[in-house]
Design a protein around this ligand. Sequence first.
Ligand code: SAH
Length: 387
Amino acid sequence: MIAPTVAITSRGLERLASGHVWIYRSDVLSASGIEPGVVRLVDKKNQFWGQALYSDKSQIALRLLTREERPFDAAFLAERIRAAAAFRQQVVGGAQAFRLVASEGDLLPSLIIDRYGDCLVIQTLSQGMDRLKSTVVEILQKEYTPRAILERNDAAVRALEGLPEQSGLLAGEDPGEVVVEENGVKICFDLQHGQKTGGFLDQRENRAAAANYAHGRALDCFTYTGGFALALAPHCDAVLGVDSSGDALRQAARSQSLNGFTNLEWKEANCFDFLKCADQEKQRFDTVVIDPPAFARQKSSRESALRGYKELNLRALKILNPGGYLITCSCSFHVSEADLLEVIANAALDAHRTVAVVERRTQSRDHPILLTVPETHYLKCLILRVL
Ligand code: SAH
């Protein structure tokens, strides 16, 4: 079947030429009556430029799949998934939970496939990819025979596409609680109710890196289900994980008992309040992790996000002992690494602390960064030492 054709403006073509993969609605010349799905991209002279996923609702009207003319069918999709999986074999080591397919980063825009042991969780976040969902499930069953395939399409971004929020089992059996090992520590995931697809896989390498420096008394702010705290526990005397979600902390405690760690504690609190009190009470730590949710989901909230990062990092630096480490993160795309470094430099001045940058890190390598698609680079993780 030949895909329908969508014509785009010369500005849209320029975006493709710059290596980007999104074309906005204002650069669509004609798409009347075209169903969401795979389309052929042409210019106003009907010259072919590539194939893309078309959405009739979102401001991102087109997401480039390929510059080739070959039909984007199940075989093509399977090839892309296999290529993504082959790269994971090179970078995830023995990890049992990782991102198998990372959307644009694997040239499969708006498709996420996360692997948790023998279970797979998918998200189809655009109209076009959503229509390919059953094909994706068939491919995954054939390639991996997973115990379960779930969808976690309860992501808010689906509303921009006019897609309903939905989640549940697509194939196989109810996975129940899934236990996988990460960096030698057992972690349990709730794939049906946890945040995102169950966990924050993009921090896996940063959790391992943080463990290299962790010592003494540690504090993990925004711990969720204890990701950093559990990674730090074998290297520290005592670790406290703080989060506002009681459910997440109960799961953290489950993982703690699976590992038999006795030096971990959990506290349900707002981390801004907690840090303020800890500072006032003159509590001291040797290792502090700050991994908040994205404060700047839009460009317009960048300034308030910077104030949030400043406050958190200022308080964290104040409660650190000399020789202590701060592992601080931002997953806001609209806050760059340079922004974060500047904020922390100012925080260090205010806290009267001299701070050295030990590592400048980003998302784990199973979340590829495309050179010409800046949006694929969102996570910043700095490891800092207080002198
Ligand atoms: N560090 C975690 C991921 C953190 S996700 C890991 O490695 O797995 C961000 C977490 O921040 C979520 O668990 C959310 O519940 C929590 N959160 C959001 N706002 C908060 C606040 N003001 N105080 C405490 N926790 C908060």
